[in-house]
Design a protein around this ligand. Structure first.
Ligand code: HEC
Length: 144
């Protein structure tokens, strides 16, 4: 760190530091005072039930949400926005050669889709295209 003659810190540095500290304090106060709470999207009852079903049926063992979960199936963060709901119902109910069938009640499948729809409201998961195999599963890069 280069200092000015006499060893004092240049003004712009102390000003920047003061500004950053003030911004940090203001942000902390805003968060704890709940100023940003209105931006949160509360899940409705169907989405909450879907979340329980998602956990009870261990969907996350094979699927990811925002990059977290198993790697056998595709990331489902935005699937409810991107795909036809009937396609999703068919996948869930009948499975495929690799995905097990989940013969659930219609209402339960709707709840799972409500949950996935709610998940997708929070942003897009960014799986690099080169990590997605043409079958939809992931290619896990070999790390040394
Ligand atoms: C044993 C692993 C496994 C489990 C458990 C599993 N899946 Fe899958 N799922 C897969 C695989 C693999 C695919 C891709 C299937 C294919 O293309 O043949 C898939 C595909 C899907 C798709 C279609 C995605 C698309 O791109 O259209 C949906 C929706 C889906 N799964 C939802 C679920 C839900 C909901 C659960 C829990 C009830 C679940 N899966 C449990 C492995 C699994």
């Amino acid at each position: 760190m280069k200092e000015t003659a006499g060893g004092s810190v240049p003004k712009w540095r102390s000003r920047t530091l003061t500004l950053l500290v003030l911004a940090f304090v203001a942000n902390t106060v805003a968060i704890y005072a709940g100023l940003f709470d209105g931006r949160r999207i509360a899940p409705d009852d169907a989405a909450m039930r879907g979340r329980s079903l998602w956990q009870a049926h261990n969907c996350q063992a094979c699927h990811q949400l925002f990059g977290l979960g198993g790697y056998m199936g595709p990331d489902l963060t935005n699937v409810a926005q991107d795909r036809d709901p009937d396609r999703l119902r068919t996948f869930i109910r009948y499975g495929t050669g690799r995905m097990p069938a989940h013969p659930l009640e219609d209402a339960d499948i709707d709840a799972l889709l409500a949950f996935l729809g709610w998940v997708g409201l929070h942003g897009r998961s960014q799986v690099p295209a080169e990590h997605v195999h043409w079958t939809g599963t992931y290619i896990i890069p070999n790390r040394p």
